[in-house]
Each structure stands twice: as structure tokens, then as C-alpha cells.
Design a protein around this ligand. Structure first.
Ligand code: FES
Ligand SMILES: [Fe+2]
Length: 327
């Protein structure tokens, strides 16, 4: 019995970081309880198939890439990224049923993304191409983080709009009211953050005007882009920015893999109290949530107060991704 009274939602989720999948590499990944094989063909295309060979069920991730196909270790049948069998080395005719199942895949923002829908429906919303995650000149080198968390994707998304916990659990500056706007599968929340005097070094706090804005945009339940602005450089007075791509991938009902790609603009990257502190703050912050996520239960009718943030709005929004007939 799951701790959560809802199924795994549909949407775009992460299979692996692009940099973890070199040409010729083959990997087993799990998405929503299903084992998949991801591989990068010799021409550099990422591909994903059901991990178990349609022939006699051998694990394809133990095979290798040959040209544009993955070759099963057991009898060397080969399958391309569309799941078509491209070779059976000892048969005169390839059986028509020799097709490996696949799921829609997109590679963008340095992530190999897969679409999960339990009824096999096609993707009906796009993934954004995010400025800062595709080698643009303004940004410093990205940092990456991957964590396995003992909770579900809904709870991770709820954390973003739970504005009071930032102050009390994470000891972060207070947010002003978080505003959330919903447009179908897209959810946009904007928070203004007031920095207390003791949060940053004095010189930095003075220079800052102590007010930043964090905009979080979710594309379905698995993808959130966090864009921070208003970080003023003490050296140049220029405004710095922060970017975080947060991909939450359901492994099973109560396990989620969180993958973060994050960076700051070059103009604040080497100011210790600014660029590195922002990155450090985000990285260590998520660790505060883990013990709570591990044991907390889901309250269907929570007692909320003003100042709690748009928690019910988030819950209402995410419902659409449990509708298995959707689109
Ligand atoms: S089980 Fe894969 S080729 Fe036979
Ligand atoms: Fe949190």
C-alpha cells in the first residue's frame, strides 16, 4: 500500500543527464516502475527502448551499440531507436513481431527526457529550451546534482510553493506572497525574497538592495525551471542571475530521483559571497527536506493558514496529470 493516495502522474521525466551518455554507451534506467535501456548511437542520437528483448527477454542494457542500434547480448538481435529489429544474424527473415517497445524521447537542456503515460498517449505539451542550460556565453559552467528521495513527485512540487517551510526548515529569507498562475500543464510561481542582514556578508547585503526574485515554471509534474534575478555584483554593480533545471523522475510510488543542473551568470560566478554561496545554499537546502519527506504522510485536507503559500493551487493543478485519459 502506497503512502500516497494517487498514482504516478504522466508527463516528461528525466532518464539521465546528456553528459552521462557518451556515444556507444548503454544504460539501464527505471521510469514509473518500468525498466528501460537508453543508448547513444554512433551518429550521436539518444534512444530509449523497453529494457527486455522481445525475443527471449534478455536485458538489452547488457548489450552494446552497433551503428544506430543496440545489440542484445543473448542472440545478437539488433534494435534501432524506433524499436525496429535491424538484424537477426542467423535468420533468413526478421519476424514482423520483432519490435522493441519505446517511449517518446527528447534531448534538451543537457537531459535525456522520456515521456511516461500509462495508457501510451502521446506527449501533448512541449519542453522549453532554457537559456543558461545550452552553452550560452553569459553563463558560467553548470553544476550537477542527483539524489534519490523517499517521496513522490507531487510532494517535491508542493515543496516549491510551501513558502513557510523556506523560513523555518531551511532558515532562508522570508518570501513575500508567492503568486501562482496556471495555464493548462504549465504552472508559473513568482516569489520575491527579502534577504535578512545576517544572511549574506554585510558588504554584499548592502550592495544588494537585498531583494531577489525567484520565478519557477513547471512543465508538467517532472520539470521545473527556477530562474533567479536581482543578485547584484559588488564588484561591477551588474545584476547576476541564477538558473536551475529541476527534473523529478518517479522510479516507483514512493521513490523519486531528483536531478539538478544549475549555474549562475558569469558576472557573479567568482564572487564568493554570491555565485558560489547561492549554489551551495540550493544544494545543501534540499538535504533539510529529506528526513521530513521520508516520514511525512499526505494530508488530503490539511489545516492551512494565510502565509502558507498556494499549496491547494498546486494540488489542484497536478490532478490533471493523474487523469490517464488526458489528451
Ligand atoms: S533474447 Fe535478445 S536476442 Fe535473444
Ligand atoms: Fe524544501
Amino acid at each position: 500500500m502506497s503512502r500516497f493516495p494517487f498514482p504516478i502522474p504522466h508527463g516528461w521525466f528525466g532518464l539521465c543527464f546528456s553528459h552521462e551518455l557518451a556515444v556507444g554507451e548503454v544504460k539501464k534506467v527505471t521510469l514509473a516502475g518500468r525498466d528501460l535501456v537508453v543508448f547513444r548511437t554512433e551518429s550521436g542520437k539518444a534512444a530509449v527502448l523497453d529494457n527486455y528483448c522481445p525475443h527471449l527477454g534478455a536485458p538489452l542494457h547488457q548489450g552494446c551499440v552497433v551503428g544506430e542500434s543496440v545489440r542484445c547480448p543473448f542472440h545478437h538481435w539488433q534494435f534501432n531507436g524506433e524499436g525496429e529489429c535491424t538484424d537477426v544474424p542467423y535468420a533468413k527473415k526478421i519476424p514482423t513481431r520483432a519490435v522493441a517497445e519505446t517511449i517518446p524521447l527528447q534531448e534538451v537542456n543537457g537531459m535525456v527526457m522520456g515521456w511516461h503515460h500509462p495508457e501510451g498517449r502521446e506527449p501533448y505539451f512541449e519542453l522549453p529550451r532554457v537559456d543558461g542550460l545550452n552553452g550560452e556565453d553569459k553563463w558560467n559552467e553548470l553544476e550537477y546534482m542527483q539524489l534519490q528521495l523517499p517521496t513522490c513527485v507531487q510532494e517535491i512540487g508542493e515543496n516549491d510553493v510551501d513558502q513557510a517551510h523556506f523560513t523555518y526548515l531551511h532558515r532562508m529569507p522570508a518570501f513575500s506572497e508567492t503568486e501562482t498562475i496556471i495555464d493548462g500543464p504549465i504552472k508559473n510561481s513568482v516569489s520575491n525574497m527579502d534577504m535578512p542582514d545576517d544572511f549574506l556578508a554585510d558588504a554584499v547585503a548592502d550592495a544588494h538592495g537585498a531583494r531577489h526574485q525567484l520565478e519557477r515554471t513547471s512543465y508538467g509534474p517532472g520539470v521545473t525551471v527556477v530562474h533567479g534575478t536581482g543578485f547584484q555584483s559588488i564588484k561591477s554593480g551588474e545584476m547576476g542571475e541564477f538558473i536551475l533545471l529541476n527534473i523529478a523522475t518517479p522510479i516507483d510510488d514512493t521513490t523519486t530521483v531528483l536531478r539538478w543542473s544549475m549555474g549562475v551568470s558569469k558576472n557573479i560566478a567568482d564572487e564568493d559571497d554570491l555565485g558560489p554561496s547561492i549554489l551551495y545554499g540550493f544544494k545543501t537546502g534540499v538535504e533539510d527536506d529529506i528526513p521530513v519527506w521520508k516520514e511525512k504522510i499526505y494530508r488530503a485536507n490539511p489545516v492551512l493558514c494565510d502565509g502558507d503559500g498556494p499549496i491547494n493551487k498546486h494540488r489542484k493543478w497536478i490532478q490533471q496529470f493523474y487523469d490517464m485519459k488526458a489528451r
